[in-house]
Design a protein around this ligand. Sequence first.
Ligand code: PMP
Length: 321
Amino acid sequence: DYMYIMKCSQNGIFTEGELRQYGPIELSPSSGVLNYGQGLFEGLKAYRKEDGSILLFRPEENALRMRMGAERMCMPSPTVEQFLDAIKLTVLANKRWVPPTGKGSLYIRPLLIGSGAVLGLSPAPEYTFLIFVSPVGNYFKEGLAPINLVVENDFHRATPGGTGGVKTIGNYASVLKAQKKAKENGYSDALYLDSTHKKYLEEVSSCNIFVVKNKVISTPEIKGTILPGITRKSIIDVARGQGYQVEERAVSVEELLDADEVFCTGTAVVVSPVGSITYLGRRVEYGNKGVGTVSQELYSALTRLQMGLAEDIMGWTLQIN
Ligand code: PMP
């Protein structure tokens, strides 16, 4: 029903935001976001606990990631406190849309855009921070269903020194074509390789990737070209807590094809098992129809935490009512 909007002018300070009925916003044709892509977004979820209260999962991580991205995109950003207050206010105003426990969640989309007018190439003089929400069902309705990925060999999502490490809107525009091609060929999504060697895994269009071999879990390290996923970071801690060895390092496409199990992580997919990988026409299928024991175990541990069904020893959930 409601969206949140907060503006900031020349001084870079955001002032009192407000809730408004969800609907179109007015934007100058010469705004920074429309002309030069000055825009960042975030994605997080609110879950309902069995007692009816509402939980956010590590929202301060989204606030910090937006601040980091804003620095890269020459934009001012709300403080962590402003971000969290705005999220809470928006979720509470829309609380009737938070589904019951186990039936889905409320997806929250914060956006930061250059709304001021520019003509020559330069950062916009004014910025707008917005939040809108939408209820979403569980990604997996009846048990985990593996996804089929194709390794993309022509298009890259990011290059060293580029903006791959931040959640800027242009990164998503640049993957649309590879994603469309993957879908047209019957795959769920594309998996990108590093642009320097075309050999090491980066990530999928909207999630991070993990491979499991002999119970050791490996995932590409954060080095500026992949998004530092909050689910990625959480899964690393959960897995280590359960006694797994987890390595953050360069993971080659050969290791991927030779893995026992592969899974993706992200706010939308949580933990999603990969059933098959196709690389240069060669298709590899993983055991147990792709639903490996490690993905199952980690999926269940994380979703139980997010829904308030497991004890939150890490202090990752924030109850807002
Ligand atoms: N990589 C990309 C490119 C993404 O868009 C996302 C989704 N935000 C992720 C990884 C996963 O990040 P998170 O776990 O924070 O949702």
